[in-house]
Design a protein around this ligand. Sequence first.
Ligand SMILES: [Zn+2]
Length: 286
Amino acid sequence: MKARTLLESFRFAFLGGFHALRTERNLRIHLVAAVVVLVLAFAVGVPPADFTLLLLAIGLVVTAELLNTALEAAVDLWSPDYHPAAAVAKNVAAAAVLTSAIVSAAVGYIVFRDHLSSLPAALAGAGLVVAPRFTRGSHAARRLTDVTSIDADKLLREARAVRQRAYVPHSGFKVGAALLTKGGRVIVGCNFENASFGATICAERAAAGAAIAAGEREWVALAVVADYPEPVPPCGICRQVLAEFAPDMPVIMANLAGQRRTMTVRELLPGAFELPAAGHGEAAHE
Ligand SMILES: [Zn+2]
């Protein structure tokens, strides 16, 4: 049964894999779990390094399961009747599979821990599920409705498009923002720099200013896109500006690699500055 050609060795490997798949229920369960994990990873946009860890963990479990299957077959061949040593061999191999599964579950938890907040929105965006979000308060509930009912893809496309018009001779760092208003309008903004650096305006505030000038003060969602290692976070000044008008608005942060993350303005800026009641009432908005 020794493989003679490269092609034959591949064929034997496939036969082995197919046999294990057909006979081992646990392997099928692990593979289904692997597919679910990979779909989730795509949906929430985990960074490439984390994605690599998930692939390694999946490979570890599947490899352990295959070796366990091979060992069981070998033991059955050598010792068809019950033998204590055969039982030890099989049990230890099973322990190896269990260990790999526990380690992989830990890896999965660590990788997805930071993405839990964006998971419901990501799943809804992927059309997988519209799950209720079990967090306290009505803000979170409203946020879910907003995120699932808006077309995040369209908003991100608009932000990506306007990003091209950014004026950034000094940093070269282009950012695009698209603001969805309650009236259904999409108002875009890009960053523009200045020789006097402090005069630079971010994309988020450019969009905010354009919206205010257009008479649109009620904002439903904001998408921000830049070429950044992770979904680009708005700067502190912009967070404060957004908090003035839409503290519960979801901010969809993304990068050019397609990773995205959604957080509310309040989550981005806890304890935002607010003027005391006087001067901040209706009169201030008239
Ligand atoms: Zn900013």
